[in-house]
Write a protein that binds this ligand. Structure first.
Ligand code: BDR
Ligand code: CA
Length: 311
């Protein structure tokens, strides 16, 4: 199994992504590092504990760590309108079975990557603040990480602004540090995740699993669908972060294209944009493997099958 640290900001699609990873034998989750993002850090940390409790035995021995309270340079921004005030809008959620560890998330990342050189994948589904801090504190780290797989950015337009996807805009400077670090990096952006919609039939299928994880996922995605229907006229919410988790478990579910990606860090209309050199026009060396296509039906089948393994 691949050794993975999950870094994110639950957030309902982060929670579903983590459940997918925790249920998958291809992945050994070494720990969860939590960041600010969809809601503030106290809530994302709590939600990490809730998500581990939902996973039952698969989450029982996984430690989780609080990370960055806010972005490196810009002001804190959240997405509570999309994820609900708590970040996990569902009834009947379990309480965390264990508290977060005392160690800081960034220290855990550094220590763990050093301990398993070139073996650890960082699966990131939020702003990249924790990863950027780790790379700044331990400059050798990008050479020791197996790869970063990140839900964020887009080869096309953004969702937080016309130019920027939320996870970039919430900390563009952190994204810039990670993309310039030389770390092996795969980017799963809106150009593919917006093709993976949890529509009413899929929500029914999740509920039909008959387990608590299926019921809770269906409830979360029902809330999410109402937001996506109102905002975008779509039949359901986009499974952004679960697709990034699937990219670790089954990379063949996506098509990949190597290119140079630059992050716009100047404030202005393009602030937070992932400028993707699709046609190699800059001549700059490739720094990312970017998802450009997805097999959505096979992806959802995987998600359904794996969530069915949990309690
Ligand atoms: C990303 O932003 C967050 O709101 C989601 O959890 C996802 O990681 C999509 O733009
Ligand atoms: Ca997220």
């Amino acid at each position: 199994a691949q050794k993975v640290i999950l870094d994110g900001d639950p957030g309902l699609d982060d929670a579903v992504a983590w459940l997918l990873a925790l249920a998958s034998p291809e992945v050994e989750v070494l720990g969860i590092t939590v960041t600010h993002g969809n809601v503030g850090l106290p809530l994302t940390v709590h939600n990490a504990g809730v998500t581990l409790a939902l996973a039952g035995a698969a989450g029982a021995n996984v430690p989780y760590f609080a990370g960055a309270h806010g972005p490196l340079v810009r002001d804190l921004m959240t997405a509570a309108a999309v994820h609900g005030a708590s970040g996990l809008p569902a009834q009947g959620l379990p309480q965390p079975a264990q508290p977060p560890e005392d160690e800081h998330a960034v220290d855990f990342i550094i220590r763990t990557v050093r301990h398993h050189p070139n073996k650890v994948t960082l699966l990131a589904s939020g702003p990249l603040t924790n990863l950027a801090l780790a790379f700044r504190l331990a400059p050798e780290l990008p050479e020791l990480v197996r790869e970063v797989v990140w839900m964020g950015g887009s080869t096309t337009g953004g969702n937080a602004t016309p130019a920027a996807e939320f996870n970039v805009l919430a900390d563009p400077h952190a994204a810039h540090i990670v993309f310039e670090s030389g770390v092996p990096l795969r980017m799963v952006g809106l150009n593919v995740t917006m093709q993976c919609i949890a529509d009413p039939d899929r929500i029914t299928a999740l509920r039909g699993l008959g387990n608590r994880v299926g019921t809770v996922s269906a409830e979360l995605l029902t809330f999410y669908a109402s937001v996506y229907r109102a905002r975008y006229g779509l039949s359901g919410g986009a499974l952004h972060d679960p697709l990034a988790a699937a990219a670790v478990i089954r990379p063949d579910l996506l098509d990949w294209h190597d290119m140079h990606v630059d992050i716009e860090v100047h404030e202005g209309v393009n602030f937070g944009r992932t400028v993707c050199d699709l046609y190699g026009s800059t001549g700059r060396p490739t720094n990312a493997r970017v998802a450009v296509g997805v097999r959505d039906e096979a992806f959802f089948a995987l998600l359904l099958e794996r969530l069915g393994q949990l309690p």
